[in-house]
Design a protein around this ligand. Structure first.
Ligand code: ARG
Length: 459
């Protein structure tokens, strides 16, 4: 009596390595120890374990923790291996640790415990990136730059407006991460294999000891559910996708000479000594591929799985932990690159008016003077064919007037003053006039900047 019967069924043979998740389980080693402790404390509190047995198990767990994951030897996974290590230390009573639970609820709890940490670290990384974006925006509130659609020069904007567009997007990523955290933060422990247990356990107590907000109620749902991994992977993929756009913009801007990356965020070539390459941003851009692939992998693995536990599940979570770490690092790197890059205000100002980027402003001016916007658009489009850029305001005004004669059969100056027309050809005037809510005009950007710090602090 009291002698542990070692598992001898399905535990050996050529498939043993294939079955084992012990190496990947390093990611949940700390989580498993926490889960074991909480479970043992609850069992003792409920009188299911003798206090001295519980004490013995807890000290054995401390020794297992001190030895670390690498010291584990026996078992197809970390749960078995830790139990074996406890039994090796204190004898058969160590096997009482697994009373009223299964590896099914145990692993589900471990994954959630570990993922909570990943989600919080990711959320923190987004806050640091948002701070970097806001601080750089504040420095460059008045730095005019070209804005693009289809990568073609479109309308002038400012560095601040551009960077704050990413701050707004990353703020939604923070919110998504925190939402995912809320649904992850529920304890499956005590669901046992799926059918609960006849022992008088207290699931709420283990949930509390492990810092969960509550339990995953239905015991079959508790062991089967991995939708929290779908949500985490989707959220991480969304963040990575947003980051990839930011990285791409910075790569293009570096290429155009609009900014220079700090050496810390660049790399060089092993053969071409003159090269300064934006490698960190390229890796950041590439991380989205890993994250999207992982999301697809998680969904594919889960699709069509029947209730309750199936071993397919063992392969699902390790990749989510990996993209969590990768995208957290990418977020940190993007923040560092933004905070340290030197923007070239002169190159930006020169390019801001390029490609007749103030054409929309001319059409707006004519429409404000009473012409239907479509007619205004037609006049400016007609002129645009012969305007390379609008840096020479006087000759541009003349070309525009000729276009009006062609299209309308009357002079533009029946509608607008020549001085007003020449003025809207200035990219800075264009930016200053676009003061609608959320626009690039300094007042609108000031409004955005005045709320951004408190929004970051609130998150
Ligand atoms: N290592 C397994 C996993 O990660 C633990 C659960 C094993 N349960 C079972 N019934 N075979 O999913």
């Amino acid at each position: 009596p009291g002698t542990a019967v070692r598992r001898d069924r399905f535990s050996g043979g050529p498939a043993r390595e294939f079955l084992s998740s012990l190496a990947a389980d390093e990611a949940i080693f700390a989580a498993d120890l926490a889960v074991d402790r909480a479970h043992v404390v609850m069992l003792a509190e409920e009188g299911i374990l003798e206090p001295d047995v519980a004490g013995g198990i807890l000290s054995a767990l401390a020794a297992v923790e001190a030895d670390g994951h690498d010291a584990l030897s026996e078992g197809e996974d970390v749960h078995e291996a830790i139990e074996t290590a406890v039994i090796d230390r204190i004898g058969p009573d160590g096997g009482r640790m697994h009373t009223a639970r299964s590896r099914n609820d145990e692993v589900a709890t471990c994954i959630r415990y570990r993922l909570r940490e990943d989600l919080l670290e990711l959320a923190e990384a987004t806050l640091a990136l948002r701070e970097a974006l806001a601080a750089t925006a504040r420095e460059h509130a008045g730095t005019t730059m070209p804005g693009y659609t289809h990568l073609q020069s479109a309308q002038p904007t400012t560095v601040a407006h551009h960077l704050l567009s990413y701050e707004s997007a990353i703020a939604r990523e923070t919110a998504r991460l925190l939402d995912a955290y809320d649904r992850t933060n529920r304890s499956p422990l005590g669901a046992a294999a799926f059918a609960g247990t006849p022992f008088a356990i207290d699931r709420e107590r283990t949930a509390e000891l492990l810092g969960f907000d509550g339990i995953v109620e239905n015991s079959m749902d508790a062991v089967s559910a991995r939708d929290f991994l779908v949500e985490a992977a989707a959220t991480i993929a969304s963040l990575a996708t947003t980051l990839s756009g930011l990285a791409e913009d910075l790569i293009v801007f570096a290429n155009k000479g609009f900014l220079e990356l700090d050496d810390d965020y660049a790399s060089t070539s092993s053969i071409m000594p003159q090269k300064k390459n934006p490698d960190t941003l390229e890796l950041t851009r590439g991380a989205a591929g890993d994250a999207i692939g992982e999301l697809t992998g998680v969904l594919t693995a889960l699709k069509g799985l029947p209730r309750a536990y199936n071993r397919d599940l063992q392969g699902v979570h390790p990749g989510v932990f990996e993209i969590a770490g990768l995208v957290r690092d990418a977020t940190d790197v993007a923040g560092g690159a933004v905070a340290t890059a030197e923007w070239n205000a002169d190159a930006l100002a020169e390019a801001a008016g390029g490609g007749f980027s103030t054409a929309t402003g001319v059409a707006d001016l004519l429409a404000m003077a009473g012409l239907p916007f479509r007619s205004a658009h037609e006049i400016v489009a007609h002129a645009a064919a012969s305007i390379e850029d609008a840096t020479d305001a006087d000759s541009t005004a003349t070309v525009l007037d000729a276009a009006a004669e062609d299209v309308l059969g009357e002079s533009l100056f029946e509608y607008v003053d020549r001085a007003d027309l020449e003025s809207v050809l200035d990219p800075n005037v264009s930016v200053a006039s676009r003061d609608s809510a959320g626009g690039p005009a300094p007042e609108a950007v000031d409004d955005a900047l005045s709320s951004v710090d408190s929004a970051i602090a609130a998150d």
